[in-house]
Design a protein. Structure first.
Length: 398
């Protein structure tokens, strides 16, 4: 995490010391978790937004008067009557976040508040007093503290969503990771789409094929016809596309085989979305020997009497796991190029793989390590377990 220049500000420090939950977005100090009463006389939590400027280590109120903005429904008293201060007024904080109300309530005996602390605390009292009347247990000071997004993230533009959700500490688990993605076809490209939205330091893309029309119809986004006409390499094409958002993406215009495994050197995690079935055991063995976890995907979709059915599989290969763990090739991934591919199933296969990876990192909760995930198209069921991902031919065809 970066060192926050705002924690040294007296008002902000006092708010934090009193367990207010603060974030900083779009040049606004956001006060989270503010209890208030809705027109339906229901206690809810909204957010106060104060435009500020930073002067040295001081957080200065940019409005210069008694106004503050509120994100939520119309604040009311305990009987459901609108409070006299708030009035409907749209106020843009970021392109994605807009406040609904402006609140104007002059402090007694003066036209302005003494400092930012007094202003925030005063408006929190105005909004939360009716809520406490209905529910004495509500609080505007949950003790969540400060949530600030680091300024050295591997992105072209700021990650404002993380600050809004207060996930900065959790997202730090992705820092320092170098992710390898083998294969940028239907499933691999969706894996990239998700990984590129995390804080991983670097993403290495491996694919020796060209990006053609059929790839465009099973990949995220909308390819330009000019790109299709030039038949770019897949890895290079997707590296250019996602460089608009994430830095540190490197394209390797080659297939990963037993002869060039050194290309994976430096990767901390690898997604195997395409590899010749005969090459997979050697690739997995090479990764295991170097302590590099791998998530392997496979998809076997067939026409069964005019209806599509089959399986999506994800196998989580841990370096400490069973050396003989079976790859997804055993459920038909060796016929991948001949199998039917549909974008929604490609996407689902990728999402299951990314969730598996995040669970392995501890980002998502899990009761125990999961080595395999199988989605059965026919029943719509997802099976998670520990062990061998192989299924019999009858189950694969169902």
């Amino acid at each position: 995490m970066s060192t926050s220049p705002f924690a040294a500000d007296p008002s902000t420090s006092r708010l934090l010391a009193e367990d207010y939950c603060l974030t900083f977005e779009g040049n606004h100090l956001i006060v989270e978790h503010v209890p208030y009463v809705t027109p339906a006389m229901v206690v809810a939590y909204g957010r106060l937004a104060l435009p500020v400027v930073i002067s040295g280590e001081l957080v200065q109120d940019e409005s210069g008067d008694h106004r503050i903005w509120f994100i939520g429904e119309q604040p009311c008293d305990s009987l459901g009557n609108a409070l006299p201060g708030p009035s409907p007024e749209a106020h843009a904080i970021t392109p994605e976040l807009v406040a609904n109300f402006m609140i104007s309530s002059k402090p007694k005996g003066t036209q302005v508040f003494a400092d930012t602390y007094e202003k925030v605390a005063s408006y929190v009292r105005v909004l939360s007093h009716p809520a406490k009347t209905l529910d004495p247990t509500v609080t505007a000071t949950p003790g969540a503290g400060w949530s600030e997004v680091p300024d050295d993230l591997p992105f072209v533009y700021p990650d404002t969503g993380t600050a809004r959700a207060g996930l900065a500490a959790m997202n730090a688990v992705f820092r320092g990771l170098r992710i390898g993605i083998i294969g940028l076809g239907g499933t691999g490209s969706y894996i990239l789409d998700q990984v590129a939205k995390t804080w991983v330091d670097a993403i290495e893309l491996f694919d020796g094929d060209t990006f053609d029309n059929h790839n465009a119809f099973r990949s995220p986004g909308a390819a330009d016809i000019v790109d299709l006409q030039s038949r770019p390499n897949k890895a290079e094409y997707f590296a250019r596309q996602y460089a608009h958002m994430h830095t540190g993406i490197t394209a390797h215009a080659t297939h990963v085989t037993a002869d060039n495994l050194e290309e994976l050197t430096g990767c901390t995690h690898v997604f195997m979305a395409a590899a010749d079935a005969d090459e997979k055991p050697e690739i997995l063995s090479w990764l295991r020997a170097r302590g590099i976890p791998a998530v392997e995907v496979g998809m076997g979709i067939r026409d069964e009497g005019g209806h599509l059915s089959g399986l999506l599989t994800v196998v989580n290969h841990s370096p400490a796991g069973d050396e003989q763990s079976t790859s997804t090739a055993s459920v038909g991934a060796n016929e991948y190029d001949r199998n039917i591919q549909v974008a929604d199933l490609n996407s689902l296969n990728a999402m299951l793989a990314v969730i598996s990876w995040k669970k392995d990192l501890g980002y998502y909760a899990s009761p125990q390590p999961i080595n395999e995930t199988i989605y059965k198209v026919f029943t719509g069921t997802i099976r998670n377990g520990i062990g061998n991902a192989a299924v019999d031919a009858d189950e694969a065809a169902a």
